[in-house]
Design a binder for this molecule. Structure first.
Ligand code: AGP
Length: 605
């Protein structure tokens, strides 16, 4: 993860870097820093925590007039999600050697060996990070060769892992060395003569540039006011014309706003795709399913839960064998991949390192692929054979909400699309599915009484020794999603479990201090889940039932509306568990939108 920015030009470098970092804060907010080189002098600022802390420091200490005069200056900046070493100022980027600074996004896997080697050669390390070896390695070679270009090339040759790097040296006040391998990096020409910008994603560049290169892995180069050179051919492209800004619009948190937006954004996700007589995806050719005997889905976190949900739908509706893999597991299990498998990745950001690498593996094995992504132009959209955008709009809350609902709706539609193309669905069944899909925006509406109820419940559901979210069928992945939401923003222990599996072990935990959130839909296996909840209630577990049907043994009850399709119940319950997690987090005084230890986009494996 982490976000990096760079700038060469005559404008206020500190402002450009800070603005860019604010756009990249979703990539990590453990610490941030910038290094500015002007008049052969470095100015360095670092702060622990969010960009606002860095900004405050810069505003207090920096002489702005010096940075706004008509001379060239350059700078690099970084917002960190800690991987190696605690989130302290010492471990914050940029990292200094003797005369050069580096910022890095990714992980240098062989940093220990390199550090030993360099320490032996007399280099002094001050941080616990993997990144610091880059700048020392560069100086090690440069001290020998006195050739920064060759030294930079030799440095990256020695690095193992994933990295995008920007490096500056005191002796070259108009030059930034860059390299991309595994982690994203974009280089851009500024609108003014000689101006160059870098960023981990395109949002910091929008409005500042008309020509960009989304670097491919293995591309390195040198940027200066006179030229940008690359080690291989690249293709220049353009950026979206305006930046999308997310505002809270009167809501307390982005997460709250995004929960309330779900009804609208799933409407967008269906627009032009949900037709009177079926589903149409302009983005994919129906032949993509030709010769396919299996679907394999790969994703992480919430996106994995959407994938798991869709595996029930693909098998049930499209009659295709479907398996779902957690991307970080998939990558190293030596999976058996055959070309009769369609590979689907799901990702809000389109940048999650494990999912992206899994996609590349599948492509290399000759599989056809589809990316279900929210961010257009993201890395996954550029690797997959086809992309279906989820159209959720910017999601700022680290805890995914509308990304999940739009992914699930898109995947449900995809299941119906495949069912039609494969000719495995009766027309009246298709008609009833389409009818239900049309009702989805309604199911995702936030009703005042549900929100109020979750606020009230949050008073009690704070203590105890844990939560179990339980459900069956698609309500099992929903239970996983409920538990994940609660864990990430409330820091309380929660597990999602298949309700029928509780008796095979976890029921031993049942007592009044165990909170069970039971997802009890009317239209799918109601009697089965009811028995499972009765078993827990008999062992004194505290039960909160989420259901349209009152359940005598429940201690608490969130009443959802009656619906005649289980997926509509699914979405109603989704809203309830999102709100419940959020209200518990609020009650605990946590940072709802930026929970501790997390980042919105996980670009390290
Ligand atoms: C969930 O709330 C998290 N934001 C996280 O689990 C997320 O879904 C995961 O990191 C995958 O991200 P992606 O969808 O951007 O690939």
């Amino acid at each position: 993860m982490c976000g990096i920015v760079g700038y060469i030009g005559k404008k206020d470098t500190s402002k450009i870097l800070l603005d860019g970092l604010k756009d990249l804060e979703y990539r990590g907010y453990d610490s941030a820093g910038i290094a500015i080189l002007q008049n052969s002098k470095f100015d360095i600022f670092k702060a622990v925590g969010k960009i606002a802390n860095l900004e405050e420091k810069i505003n207090l200490q920096y002489c702005l007039p010096c940075s706004t005069k008509e001379t060239i200056s350059l700078g690099i900046g970084h917002t960190r999600w800690a991987t190696h070493g605690k989130p302290t100022e010492l471990n914050a980027h940029p990292h200094l050697g003797e005369y050069s600074y580096v910022v890095h996004n990714g992980i240098i896997e062989n940093y220990k060996e390199l550090k030993e080697e360099l320490t032996f050669a007399g280099h002094k390390f001050v941080s616990q990070t993997d990144t610091e070896v880059i700048v020392h390695l560069f100086e090690y070679y440069n001290n020998k060769l006195n050739d920064p270009k060759a030294s930079f090339a030799k440095t990256v040759e020695r690095l193992e892992g994933a990295y995008s790097i920007l490096l500056i040296t005191k002796s070259e006040p108009e030059t930034i060395y860059f390299m991309k391998h595994g982690s994203p990096l974009i280089v851009a020409k500024g609108k003014e003569e000689g101006e160059v910008l870098f960023a981990s994603s395109d949002s910091p560049l929008i409005g500042l540039s008309d020509a960009v290169v989304y670097l491919e892995d293995g591309v390195m180069g040198i940027a200066s006011t006179t030229a940008i050179t690359f080690n291989q051919e690249v293709s220049w492209g353009t950026l979206p014309s305006s930046k999308q800004f997310a505002q809270k619009d009167g809501f307390r948190f982005f997460m709250e706003k995004e929960i309330y937006e779900q009804s609208d954004v799933v409407t967008d996700a269906m627009l032009g795709r949900l037709k009177d007589n079926g589903i149409d995806f302009d983005e994919i050719d129906p032949s993509i399913i030709d010769g396919i005997n299996e679907i394999k889905i790969c994703a992480c976190g919430t996106s994995y839960h959407a994938g798991l949900t869709s595996s029930y739908l693909f098998e049930r509706l499209a009659k295709v064998r479907t398996s779902v893999e957690i991307a970080s597991e998939f990558r190293y299990k030596e999976p058996l991949l055959t070309p009769d498998t369609l590979f689907i990745v799901i990702s809000q950001s389109g940048e999650t390192a494990d999912t992206l690498e899994a996609l590349k593996m599948a492509k290399a094995a000759g599989l056809k692929s589809i990316a279900i992504c929210n961010v257009d132009n993201s890395s996954m959209t550029r690797v997959a054979d086809a992309t279906i955008l989820t159209r959720a709009g910017i999601e700022k809350g680290v805890a995914s909400t509308k990304a999940f609902s739009t992914q699930t709706v898109v995947l449900w539609m995809l299941g119906l699309y495949f069912a039609k193309v494969r000719g495995v669905m009766e027309s009246d069944k298709l008609a009833s599915e389409l009818l239900a899909l049309r009702e989805t925006p309604k199911a995702l509406k936030v009703f005042d009484h549900i929100h109020e109820k979750t606020k009230r419940l949050s008073k009690r559901y704070l203590h105890g020794h844990g939560f179990f979210f339980i459900g069956r069928d698609v309500f099992f992945p929903l239970a996983l999603e409920g538990a994940l939401k609660l864990k990430e923003i409330s820091y309380l222990h929660a597990e999602g479990y298949p309700a029928g599996e509780m008796k095979h072990g976890p029921i031993a935990l049942a007592d009044p201090e165990l909170f069970t959130i039971a997802l009890m839909p009317q239209n799918l296996l109601y009697d089965k889940i009811k028995s499972n909840v009765e078993e827990l209630s008999a062992r004194d577990s505290t039960i909160c039932a989420i259901s349209p049907l009152a359940f005598d043994l429940a201690d608490d009850f969130i009443k959802t509306n009656s619906a005649d399709h289980y997926m509509l119940e699914f979405f109603e319950m989704l809203v309830a568990i999102q709100l419940l997690s959020m209200e518990i987090s609020v009650r605990l005084g946590n940072d709802v939108d930026m929970p501790r230890n997390l980042a919105k986009s996980v670009t390290v494996e």
